[in-house]
Design a protein around this ligand. Structure first.
Ligand SMILES: NC(=O)c1ccc[n+]([C@@H]2O[C@H](COP(=O)([O-])OP(=O)(O)OC[C@H]3O[C@@H](n4cnc5c(N)ncnc54)[C@H](O)[C@@H]3O)[C@@H](O)[C@H]2O)c1
Length: 325
């Protein structure tokens, strides 16, 4: 409760300093899940959100009724998968967050989720492309490297694809990196995406251990939850932070930068159409994609390994929609 109040006042401080606060409808698909519920709570506390629309295959109206008693100004409506539930939820949305899908169990990789989550994301994307084609779509459902290309293909097939408005939410990786680095350095978390190599005091084995912890931070949570799912609370915070950044940019704030997985020119010459880097956000979504900047040999090795896998992950999403339109 105390934490919730503090979060609300944090949002409020920022909101009051913004030049304009517009009405914004935000919808959450998969709102009754482990991520969906705390994410919806944080969005209910955000004064930039005027209307919260919550959809799930089960439990959406219950979560909405509960949140609607919180004394902030936004309205909250829950939707079931009946005839027009999903469409009504989506219509008029400025931002659509998609945490719908199954989470990992111990021993699973994100890619193991593909078979189930690919069709969930494809079907939700079809509905979004029809009901709210201009909304910003924020994909949380894993594997993000494949689910984001799935949304892109669905939108392309309907001639409504705007690469500036589609995002894979990778904020949690940076949130984790920021926290883990601060613990090693005994400093306050910066919240920024700063390469580990920039922290010159961290080297050798300590650096390797830190990089490994950041890369496999998700596994730490999956293991600790022992079959009950993956990160939900930290992910909800990361998703809410990304939505807040997008709303700040949409409402006129300049220089809002978040790391996110987007349609990107950076490695297109290698056949890789999406990449996560620091992206400046604006009223229409992606404003400027920053390159990875100067990196050392160690980081180049990590990047090379990543690009090989990433290309396959992206292709898997594209192929899925081709075979299962
Ligand atoms: N991007 C990231 O960094 C990150 C981090 C953690 C988890 N995740 C992913 O987020 C997803 C959700 O995780 P969770 O822990 O909230 O899972 P969960 O099982 O607790 O919740 C998922 C919710 O989605 C709903 N759902 C399923 N199919 C649906 C559909 N077709 N339409 C609408 N709702 C549907 C379920 O009813 C459930 O309420 C997983 O894919 C997980 O891997 C991503």
């Amino acid at each position: 409760m105390f934490a919730a109040r503090r979060t609300a006042s944090l949002f409020q401080k920022r909101a009051f300093s913004a030049s304009a606060i517009n009405a914004s409808k935000v919808s959450v698909l998969g709102a009754a899940g482990g991520i969906g519920q705390p994410l919806s709570l944080l969005l209910k506390l955000n004064p930039r959100v005027s209307e919260l629309a919550l959809y799930d295959i089960r439990g959406g109206p219950g979560v909405a009724a509960d949140l609607s008693h919180i004394n902030t100004n936004s309205t909250v409506t829950g939707y079931n998968p009946d005839a027009s539930g999903l469409r009504d939820c989506l219509e008029g949305s400025e931002i659509i967050l998609i945490p719908a899908g199954v989470p990992r169990k111990p021993g699973m990789t994100r890619d193991d989720l593909f078979n189930t989550n690919a069709s969930i994301v494809r079907d939700l994307a079809k509905a979004a492309a029809e009901a709210a084609p201009k909304a910003h779509v924020l994909v949380i459902a894993n594997p993000v490297n494949s689910t984001v290309p799935i949304v892109a293909e669905v939108y392309k097939a309907r001639n409504v694809y705007d690469p500036k408005r589609l995002f894979g939410v990778t904020t949690l990786d940076v949130v984790r990196a920021s926290r883990f680095i601060s613990q090693v350095q005994n400093t306050n978390p910066s919240g920024e995406a700063v390469p580990v190599s920039n922290h010159s005091s961290i080297a050798g084995q300590a650096r390797d251990a830190l990089v490994n912890r950041i890369q496999f931070g998700g596994d730490e949570v999956v293991k600790a939850k022992d079959g009950a799912g993956s990160a939900t609370l930290s992910m909800a915070m990361a998703g809410a932070r990304f939505a807040e950044s997008l709303l700040r940019a949409a409402q006129g704030e300049k220089g809002v930068i978040e790391p996110t997985f987007v349609d990107s020119p950076l490695y297109k010459d290698q056949g890789i159409d999406f990449f996560a880097s620091r992206v400046e956000l604006g009223p229409n979504g992606v404003e400027k994609i920053n390159s990875v900047g100067e990196i050392n040999e160690y980081e180049q090795g990590l990047l090379d390994a990543c690009l090989t896998d990433l290309k396959k992950n992206i292709q898997k999403g594209v192929d899925f929609v081709k075979a299962n339109p």
